[in-house]
Design a protein around this ligand. Structure first.
Ligand code: PAF
Length: 290
């Protein structure tokens, strides 16, 4: 195993640890997380390392209260810092930034926040009002503190990725935002920190999400309507899954018409509750003949 990364908890420690290396011209890589790290996060770190070479790689571990709504799982969200540090060590991370809430939000609630615009209130944003304002606000703050050249996010949280890319471009944040492929269990289940809430039976039921997306992708050569029909049929045949949404959209998440030309790229997105756990997943697909 590689050396344990340095753990810093304050803004000034973080700045001190990075200043000299930034001045030496090294590129700073960044993977923001809420901890409870798994192989999916490890793959984001691998990707960030590829981008910055021997430059400093920073991982933040911060359960951001601003992105949780009332009645969501803020209190029970898994906090596993020791295990997280081990995963970071295995990926050659230099610095883990694990601040307290007051370090990130000296005044609570924050007065100035980032408005995600219309894309913040569809799909996940429709079920979780204020969620994406919370995500964008903390990511903007973390970008301001870490000042990375490149930041890597998982495609599993696809709407989050699209919004962060948009924020970085629209607010000229000067950071290259990269989306890394979703890592899946052999049975297709997308890795997620929330999978640990599932019991054995729910774990089996949760496979329906990726099966539904694959059904859409396989039928997409017959068009948008066929893809949606196949996905809905797969869901009807599945047990223990309470659907929130199932949609096909363009890769930038704008609406997708039914009669798009063959070869159009799209994204199938799903959210559903399995027991009390809300899971999301998505898959890229091509409409019509590839
Ligand atoms: O994807 C996550 O873990 C969080 O939404 C993020 C980007 C770290 C912001 O809190």
């Amino acid at each position: 195993m590689s050396a344990t990364p340095r753990l810093v908890t304050t803004r000034s420690e973080l700045a001190d640890a990075l200043t000299a290396r930034r001045q030496a011209g090294e590129r700073v890589g960044f993977v923001p997380t809420m901890g409870a790290l798994h192989e999916g996060h490890a793959s984001l770190m691998t990707r960030a390392r590829e981008e910055v070479g021997s430059g400093p790689l920073v991982v933040s571990v911060f359960v951001n209260p601003l992105q949780f709504g009332p009645g969501e799982d803020l209190d029970r969200y898994p906090r596993t810092l020791d295990a997280d540090l081990e995963i970071c060590a295995g990926q050659g991370v230099d610095l883990v930034f694990a601040p307290a809430v007051e370090e990130v939000y000296p005044t609570w609630p924050p007065v100035v926040t980032v408005d995600p615009g219309p894309l913040g209130s569809v799909l996940d944003g429709a079920s979780r009002p204020g969620h994406f304002a919370g995500v964008l606000t903390v990511v903007a703050k973390l970008f301001g503190l870490v000042r990375p050249d490149v930041a890597v996010f998982g495609q599993k949280d696809y709407q989050q990725l699209v919004l962060i890319r948009r924020m970085a471009a629209d607010l000229c944040l000067g950071v290259d935002v990269i989306g890394a492929e979703t890592v899946r269990e052999p049975d297709g289940l997308a890795l997620s920190s929330r999978n640990r809430y599932l019991d054995d039976e729910q774990r089996l039921h949760a496979q329906a999400l990726s099966r539904t997306l694959r059904a859409a992708a396989e039928a997409a050569s017959y068009g948008v309507a066929a893809a949606l029909d196949a996905a809905r049929a797969e869901l009807r045949a599945s047990q223990g899954v309470d659907l929130d949404y199932l949609e096909l959209r363009r890769p930038d998440l704008s609406p997708l018409a039914e009669d798009v030309p063959s070869g159009t790229q799209a994204r199938a997105l799903i959210a559903a509750r399995v027991g009390t756990t809300r899971l999301i997943d998505n898959l890229s697909l091509t409409i019509g003949r590839p």
